[in-house]
Design a binder for this molecule. Structure first.
Ligand SMILES: Cc1cc2nc3c(=O)[nH]c(=O)nc-3n(C[C@H](O)[C@H](O)[C@H](O)COP(=O)(O)OP(=O)(O)OC[C@H]3O[C@@H](n4cnc5c(N)ncnc54)[C@H](O)[C@@H]3O)c2cc1C
Ligand code: FES
Length: 302
């Protein structure tokens, strides 16, 4: 177990002096529990991504299922396998579990072929979460690239639903081209919220695009923030973390105030199979959310 990580274990944020969960009891408690669920709605977001609404069949279980922004579930497509997927909806929504899924391979392609009423299994929620409690009273930068908007959407819901707990909120999102933008139907809604600023950038414009063109770091150029009073959440491809977090560092944001979500291939989601480890750190239970200081101390994390 990585001692340095435990000093900064954000799952302990509300109970800092508690002993770390060395036997992973908290995680293992709900590991065998498979919620039977069905697809109730599917929204095509782009050529490759769809947003699925899954309703847990048992009404009692549906009411008790809860998660924190940044956590993920293991989604089982019977007969095909199980994949880790970040929860993309609002933590206060008890009606259904929202997952934004890219068609990548065997399991996710099968899901993309499924229709309403198709049955799946859901285990979880698993993993660490963004420390939204700690962030109260600060300015918040929510930065995503590509599919990274899927995990970022849960903290976006959280800060917009608890608007008075946070100061200025800046949402920054970038993709390769306009056809890959996720959740574009929600941008106007987010922009209308008092104190929330949204900027979207693409690397390659087309005839329809009227906004800025370039890398996501361009959106941060000239931005005035007070580093010690700001928290940042960064989701996206690992290559983006380095550039974005370096720029945040130059803007004065300390590394322990930047949070990223690390994705590795996973199998069990419960710290048993060693598929997801980086050294002695398991991204399924010690992560996927880490502060950037911890990531910098993990060899080959990004
Ligand atoms: C914590 C976590 C959260 C995730 N959240 C989401 C999400 O919100 N939405 C989403 O669409 N995907 C998400 N992923 C990635 C998703 O789990 C993979 O795309 C999925 O497991 C692929 O399974 P498959 O059977 O369809 O593809 P496979 O047939 O297993 O593989 C197809 C291709 O996908 C690649 N691949 C498999 N797993 C991963 C992975 N973990 N990361 C990157 N590439 C992978 C393989 O290398 C291969 O090239 C997440 C992964 C993790 C670990
Ligand atoms: S996915 Fe099995 S140990 Fe992390």
């Amino acid at each position: 177990m990585n001692i340095l990580l435990h000093r900064y274990d954000i799952t302990q944020e509300d109970d800092f002096h508690a002993l770390p969960d060395f036997n992973r009891k908290a995680t293992l408690q709900h590991v065998d529990k498979v919620y039977k669920a069905e697809i109730t709605n599917i929204i095509r977001l782009t050529e490759m991504e769809k947003l699925f609404h899954f309703r847990i069949l048992d009404p009692k279980e549906r009411d008790t299922f809860s998660f924190l922004p940044g956590q993920f579930v293991m989604l089982e497509v019977p007969g095909y396998g199980e994949v880790p997927i970040s929860i993309s909806g609002s933590p206060t929504n008890k009606g259904y579990v929202e997952l934004c899924i890219r068609k990548a391979g065997v399991v996710t392609s099968m899901l993309h072929r499924a229709g309403r009423g198709a049955r799946v299994g859901i285990r979880g929620p698993f993993g660490t979460h963004f420390p939204m409690g700690k962030m109260k009273g600060s300015d918040i930068l929510l930065i995503a690239g590509g599919l990274g908007l899927a995990p970022l959407r849960a903290p976006i819901f959280h800060v917009t639903e608890n608007r008075s707990d946070y100061r200025n909120v800046h949402i920054m999102y970038g993709t390769k081209d306009p056809s890959q933008l996720l959740f574009d139907y929600q941008y106007k809604q987010w922009e209308r919220i008092d104190g929330v600023n949204l900027s979207v950038i693409v690397e390659r414009a087309d005839d329809t695009w009227k906004g800025p063109v370039g890398l996501i770091t361009k959106l941060m150029d000239g931005m005035k923030i007070v580093g010690d009073e700001t928290y940042a959440i960064v989701c996206g491809p690992p290559v983006m973390f380095k550039f974005v977090c370096n720029q945040l560092g130059k803007m004065g944001v300390p590394m322990h105030r930047m949070f990223v979500s690390l994705e590795r291939r996973m199998h069990c989601g419960m710290g048993k199979c060693c598929r997801c480890n980086i050294g002695s750190t398991y991204t399924c239970v010690d992560g996927p959310v880490f502060d950037y200081w911890s990531v910098m101390n993990l060899k080959e994390a990004i």
